[in-house]
Design a protein around this ligand. Structure first.
Ligand code: SF4
Ligand code: SF4
Length: 367
């Protein structure tokens, strides 16, 4: 039998304190669950930022005189890595949580696993009316999740975060899944999946420890290729390169952190291939989210010539004077999008292939 048990209470996502909330609100149940495993040396891992809960935990611990348990605080700049046993073992010895391998000797448990909760709590955010925690059966489907939440606009997909790393769309809504993530992000038809993939990759970039070449280099390469495509520098063959890289990462990384990104990428390329590829081949972002693929315009019918937008444009691409319809000079505009929310009249819009008819020079306002 193992003589070590580690209970991981570090959040996998900042602001999604599923495990920590249980530890705070039901510490007695957690400690009983640990006691029931009858292991010699027990550890509770919490993040540095959360050490204010230690006094309350110590107080509760006084009711468990036979339990040998240590509360260890660890570097909470990382989150995903604490689901890896070799990294958690380092953390309890106050070493950097750098994984050695993917081995699982049944030493490490999440709080929900320890307490045998039948339901999984998960924080749902993104294009939903209300971002909050929901509970679902561990075995569920995308459809059951969708039935419980209210999506803003037309549902496009949802990303079930680490350690699941999968996308669900209308195509696979009915597939059974085992819910293990603490966070789901919902997207609607105003979300570009290429842009979202880049944000997801950036998050994994922050989580990677840099120890294995395929992990660190792989994540860096993925992020660079996605950036190029977003900046209209995508090349034919980039998506095939991403696929090859992801397959190599999946089999060569030392822990799951970077290989889950690789799986997410393969999944996204499968579900959103045309949408992503259109950025390369047609130079089009269907969702009109990627600024480099849209143009910005000021509608003459709405502009009051107040001039409020001028300061928002550091590139001096907006011209006009008081009570004259302002104009964005396309050649000077770097498509940064900063002006978009500066107009209270809603006169500044972005456009894809079909552009609105706008004056090319400031003209007197009709409004
Ligand atoms: S675009 Fe909006 S902010 Fe700019 S001048 Fe016209 S009304 Fe004012
Ligand atoms: S998108 Fe950026 S560069 Fe273009 S007009 Fe607006 S603020 Fe200026």
């Amino acid at each position: 039998m193992n003589n070590i048990l580690i209970c991981n209470a570090l959040p996998t996502y900042e602001n999604c304190n599923i495990s920590l909330d249980i530890l705070k609100n039901d510490s007695n149940k957690v400690l009983k669950a640990i006691e029931s495993k009858s292991v010699e040396n027990n550890y509770i891992l919490i993040g540095e930022k959360d050490k204010n809960i230690i006094p309350k935990l110590q107080e509760e611990l006084s009711n468990f005189s036979n339990l040998n348990i240590k509360i260890v605080t660890s570097n909470d700049n990382f989150h995903f890595v604490y689901t890896n046993e070799s990294a958690a073992l380092k953390a309890i010895n106050n070493e950097n949580p750098i994984p050695r391998n993917k081995e699982n000797n049944n030493i490490l448990f999440s709080i929900e696993e320890l307490c045998n909760y039948e339901e999984k709590r998960v924080f749902i955010t993104g294009k939903v009316i209300e971002s909050k925690s929901y509970s679902f059966n561990r075995k569920t489907t995308g459809k059951e999740i969708l039935d419980k939440i209210k999506v803003k606009g037309k549902f496009k997909s949802m990303y079930l975060g680490f350690p699941m790393g999968i996308f669900i769309t209308e195509k696979n809504l009915e597939n059974e899944i085992t819910l293990t993530t603490d966070k789901i992000e919902v997207f609607n038809d105003t979300d570009c999946m290429l842009a979202k993939l880049k944000i997801i990759a950036e998050n994994y970039e922050k989580e990677t420890c840099g120890r294995c070449v395929f992990g660190f280099e792989g994540v860096t390469q993925i992020s660079m290729i996605l950036s190029d495509i977003l900046n209209k520098k995508g090349k034919i063959g980039d998506l095939e390169k991403l696929k090859k890289l992801s397959l190599q990462m999946k089999s060569h990384t030392l822990c799951d952190v970077d290989s889950i990104l690789a799986s997410s990428l393969l999944n996204a390329l499968d579900l959103f291939y045309d949408e992503i590829n259109n950025h390369i081949t047609k130079k089009v972002c269907e969702a009109m989210e990627c600024n480099k693929f849209v143009t910005f315009h000021i509608l003459a019918s709405k502009c009051t010539g107040c001039g409020e937008c001028i300061d928002s444009c550091k590139d001096e691409a907006i011209i006009g004077k008081n009570k004259f319809v302002h104009v964005i000079v396309e050649d000077d505009c770097t498509q940064c999008g900063k002006c978009l929310n500066s107009c209270e009249e809603g006169a500044i819009v972005k456009a894809g292939a079909t552009k609105p008819k706008c004056p090319t020079k400031p003209i007197p306002c009709k409004k």
